[in-house]
Write a protein that binds this ligand. Structure first.
Ligand SMILES: [Zn+2]
Ligand SMILES: [Zn+2]
Length: 391
């Protein structure tokens, strides 16, 4: 029997749309932040059990499960992230029941999409040509969950991996992809300037760390304009500048905290090394001490291999836009999987002006056009059925 076409998969997913929406809403009500995804994980465990799939825990609150032919066939992995954000969701139907937590990055949709894909693939029964591994990953939002999953063996024996993200730059009813570098690398850095505080009236008796901190802020931006080739995209932002509390007390310490985004691992390494040098030199120029460090797990550049991207564009054409998606300076730790194994990360359009669904990700007003879930499920199921090159 031949395998269903992408359009046929979409038709089948639309037939159980109500089930998918219900799942998504139940997940939406119980958002949990990184590595706290306990209720989320139990809900998924139960749903998978109902489908006859047993799971095992991985990376703390994550789940790994497998189904499909037991004979030696390629193993294709499908990943959904599980965590919500520390944001207060406005009241409304099926809004978050966890005060101060919200699924504002669409990870509830990603999980519902993946369960829908499982249903489509299970329906193939004996015809399912590959073994399917499901990766429900905790801690995507700055937690480095993907790295932990990989370290605990999530990709062992896997030959391809697929995932997706809801996307506000793309209309609902569409899905897209960018071949090559698609999401930026992301580093969270801190530059700490340590001096000796004192009275604001007598700065000459202190080693004032606010002086090198102020200059360093400018020096970081000068680095971006003078030592970066303008054809190599990169962004550096320093949203946190913490010093003293008082108008007349010079602090002992100033902390700058920010993020660096690039599309080139070389450029990333070079800029980070120069930022460390600048921190140390600007501090010592003013008799202070400068410490530079990364304070969260770095996310690498997300690279969709062009060959596989072209194959997907060809074989999944009814579900996938023909045009390249624009690159983004946002980051995704799906990039970590792609460093170990070929695969693709799709964008699932969620922008719907007619329903006033326009608010960006990570915003309390973020909303989901639930009609997109079936398309996501069909896309992941179809991607897992992409033909493999003959060995
Ligand atoms: Zn996010
Ligand atoms: Zn996200």
């Amino acid at each position: 029997m031949s395998l269903p076409s992408p359009s046929e998969l979409l038709k089948r997913a639309e037939a159980f749309h109500g089930w998918s929406v219900d799942l998504r809403r139940r997940l939406h009500e119980i958002p949990e932040t990184k590595f706290q995804e306990v209720k989320t994980s139990s809900l998924l465990w139960e749903e998978l059990k109902k489908m006859g799939i047993s799971s095992r825990r991985i990376a703390g609150t994550g789940l790994l499960c497998e189904f499909g032919p037991t004979r030696s066939t390629p193993v294709v992995a499908l990943r959904a992230d599980m965590d919500g954000l520390s944001l207060e969701e406005p009241a409304g139907p099926f809004a978050s029941q966890h005060p101060g937590k919200m699924h504002a990055c669409g990870h509830d949709v990603h999980m519902a999409v993946l369960l829908g894909a499982v249903r489509l693939l299970l329906d193939l029964g004996e015809d399912l040509p590959f073994r399917i591994r499901l990766l429900f990953q905790p801690g995507e939002e700055g937690g480095g969950g993907a790295k932990r999953m990989v370290e605990e063996g999530a990709l062992e024996g896997v030959c391809r991996i697929f995932g997706l993200h809801v996307w506000m730059e793309l209309d609902s009813g569409k899905a897209s992809l960018r071949s090559g570098a698609a999401f930026a690398s992301s580093d969270g850095f801190e530059a700490e300037l340590l001096g000796r505080g004192g009275h604001g009236a007598e700065p000459f008796k202190t080693q004032d760390p606010t002086v090198p901190a102020g200059e360093l802020l400018g020096a970081f931006q000068t680095l971006m304009s003078r030592e970066r080739n303008p054809f190599e995209p990169a962004v550096l932002s320093v949203p946190t500048f913490q010093g003293g509390e008082s108008y007349n007390v010079i602090p002992e310490r100033v902390l700058l905290r920010g993020t660096l985004r690039t599309f080139s691992p070389d450029l990333r390494r070079r800029l980070l090394a120069r930022m460390e040098e600048l921190t140390s030199h600007y501090a010592s120029a003013w008799r202070c001490q400068g410490l530079f460090r990364l304070f969260r797990p770095p996310y690498p550049v997300l690279v969709n291999p062009p060959g596989l991207a072209a194959q997907a564009r060809d074989e999944l054409s009814p579900l996938l836009e023909p045009l390249e998606a624009a690159p983004t300076l946002l980051a995704e730790d799906f990039a970590v999987y792609l460093e170990h194994c070929p695969g693709l990360f799709f964008l699932l359009g969620n922008r719907n002006p007619a329903q006033d669904i326009l608010a960006p990700l990570h915003n309390p007003s973020f909303r989901v056009d639930e009609s997109i879930i079936s398309r996501g499920s069909a896309l992941l199921a179809a991607a897992s059925l992409l033909t493999h090159p003959q060995p």
